[in-house]
Design a protein around this ligand. Structure first.
Ligand SMILES: Cc1cc2nc3c(=O)[nH]c(=O)nc-3n(C[C@H](O)[C@H](O)[C@H](O)COP(=O)(O)O)c2cc1C
Length: 192
């Protein structure tokens, strides 16, 4: 698939088939993430591929996060109920990928490292799309990062950056409209 098609076809997928993703395919997608550029070529991303009972624990943490954010269950709108279901199940995906990096105390270094993480995570998402897999970049679960550290046995020296379910999509969401698609406000050519 042409790179521009992959970029446009990537969607945040919030419903998945239960089918397991072969390990070789997971590694192929993560190898694409590993080809991302990184500040000072540090390549300091790490990926935890989470399944089985650990994924159940991860879903439980996500359920806690969404219950903190939404009104009590009895007062939820249909849309809020659907969003709570997505968070509590991670859409039924068979796997989740958790990205970590070294914890940086210096703000400039942390910015550089987090930008490198984002480059790698986007590579992961695009490679997954090209392979017919679904993803959804999530930072919401980090609201309970202490619990994530505990259940995934991540040391304090590492920062959890992002989470995505990984699996075969069971929905084809419509593209989310882009703001200023003609780039009249977002782009300025200077000196040209
Ligand atoms: C940094 C970042 C954090 C996000 N966190 C969440 C999240 O916690 N939960 C969620 O459902 N979607 C999350 N998203 C997905 C966005 O909601 C989604 O990308 C946006 O609505 C556009 O939809 P699209 O990805 O299908 O183009 C996140 C996306 C990014 C880039």
């Amino acid at each position: 698939m042409d790179i521009y098609d992959v970029i446009k076809q990537r969607r945040s997928i919030r419903k998945y088939k239960a089918d397991m993703v072969p390990r070789e395919l997971v590694l192929k997608v993560l190898a694409a993430a590993n080809w991302a550029p990184s500040g000072m070529n540090e390549q300091s991303w790490e990926f935890l591929v989470v399944g089985g009972s650990k994924l159940d624990e991860l879903r439980d943490v996500c359920r806690e996060v969404i219950n903190l954010r939404l009104p009590p269950e009895a007062e939820r709108t249909e849309q809020q109920k659907a969003f709570a279901h997505w968070y509590s199940t991670l859409g039924g995906a068979p796997l989740a990928v958790v990205q970590c990096c070294p914890r940086e105390s210096d703000p400039a270094r942390r910015k550089m490292v987090l930008e490198s993480m984002a480059a790698a995570f986007q590579n992961l998402l695009l490679a997954a799309t090209a392979e017919g897999l679904g993803t959804c970049w999530m930072t919401g679960p980090l609201a309970k990062q202490d619990k994530l550290h505990a259940i995934l046995d991540i040391p304090e020296s590492k920062e959890i950056v992002a989470v995505t379910p990984l699996g075969y999509p069971a929905e084809t969401p419509a593209p989310v409209p882009r703001k200023d698609p003609e780039l009249k406000e977002k782009v300025r050519f200077i000196g040209l």
